[in-house]
Design a protein around this ligand. Structure first.
Ligand SMILES: [Zn+2]
Length: 371
């Protein structure tokens, strides 16, 4: 293993922030895997899992069982890790400008198309190499004028030419679930089975360019922009939601690291005999069919149902109790499905998202992720 410390642009004189990169296997070898934890810095179960992965990878490397190259960033967001406001850790949004640390990654399809259009040919593997080279160059050319932009560019530079990108997050109060691209359903289902996901949510575009899609979508877009050339979907990416923020458990972390290693072994990154007969715990569903349950007015939230429970259309999910009148409004779901996440606070402002249901009967459009 080689460990590198990457410094970020400093935000003010006399301060310094950095993150660590662990590299396992052979530099430049294929398949290349990139894994990072806690890009939303308050989603700390991901850090337990990256630490478990570091132990697993060190052992596997010593035994000569890493076939490709693995890049592991144990904590992806030193800026967010340091943000505390009135005693509360705030790791999702950048306190400088309110920007979400997992949105707004550079969209590289157009510049890469212009760079490769005249050089692509009939060999798909050659095209993959050419596109990767152009992706690296496009990321290297990205401007940064804030520490957060610098962080985003530097993380993207590590991941952009990988075969597999796993971005480890968690939700507020949730069961294991993941997000991936619809054309990569087979691998998403395989990953979901390996880690015991209760929901696998698929979209061709979630909106606002989260990290994993910045790595995966250029391939999909280049296929559409340049249909005359054979272009592979050469990067599989997923955002893995490791249950809820409070689910910090050594047992879970070890179980999740083993699940991720199983997926990497299935994809020939690790030479490891694994039980490949993990039965999936769910059928993938469209992210557009995910139903956000919102509070109709302000009030105290009393849940009837929780993460992991199956619900039918019309079921009562929560009551919202008006502080002024005492009136109770029961909030019901429109779709059948599984509750995969719910909010942490029990006070709701009007419109607050209380819970999310993985269903199939809705067809939402526009931006599909939580802000
Ligand atoms: Zn997150």
């Amino acid at each position: 293993m080689q460990t590198q410390t990457i410094d970020l642009m400093t935000g003010s004189p006399g301060t310094r922030q950095s993150f660590q990169v662990h590299r396992y296997g052979t530099p430049g070898a294929s398949p290349k895997v990139y894994i990072q934890g806690a890009l939303h810095a308050d989603e700390v179960p991901a850090i337990l899992v990256t630490q478990q992965l570091a132990r697993q990878f060190a052992k596997l490397e010593a035994d000569g069982r890493i076939r490709g190259e693995i890049i592991l960033v144990p904590y992806a967001n030193p800026i967010g890790l340091g943000q505390t406001v009135l005693g509360q850790h705030q790791g999702r949004f950048d306190l400088r400008d309110g920007g979400n640390f997992n949105r707004g990654y550079a969209e590289l399809a157009a510049p890469v198309r212009d760079a490769v259009r005249e050089r692509l040919g009939s060999n798909q593997n050659d095209n993959t190499s050419l596109i990767r080279e152009a992706l690296r160059a496009a990321v290297a050319a990205l401007p940064a004028n804030t520490p957060t932009q610098d962080l985003k560019n530097k993380l993207l530079a590590l991941a952009i030419d990988a075969d597999i990108v796993l971005d480890l997050h968690c939700d507020t109060d949730a069961v294991m679930h993941l997000y991936a691209l619809t054309p990569q359903t087979v691998m998403a289902e395989q990953l979901g089975a390996a880690i015991g996901a209760r929901a696998v949510l698929l979209a061709t575009e979630s909106g606002d360019s989260p990290f994993d899609e910045a790595c995966t979508r250029p391939w999909l877009q280049l296929q559409q922009m340049l249909p005359q050339f054979p272009i592979a979907l050469a990067c599989f990416g997923a955002t893995v939601e490791l249950r809820g923020e409070a689910d910090t458990s050594h047992d879970f972390a070890l179980q999740d690291a083993i699940g991720l290693c199983t997926f990497l072994a299935q994809n020939k990154v690790l030479s490891l005999v694994v039980n490949t007969e993990h039965a999936p715990l769910c059928v993938p569903t469209p992210l557009s069919g995910s139903e956000p349950i919102a509070a109709p007015h302000a009030g105290v939230v009393v849940f009837h149902r929780g993460p992991g429970e199956r619900v039918a259309a019309g079921d009562a999910i929560a009551d919202v109790v008006d502080a002024l009148t005492g009136e109770v409004t029961t909030v019901r779901c429109k779709s059948d499905g599984l509750i995969y996440a719910r909010c942490g606070s029990r006070w709701a402002a009007p419109g607050k998202r209380l819970a999310k249901i993985a269903g199939t009967s809705l067809a939402r459009t526009g931006k599909l992720l939580s802000p």
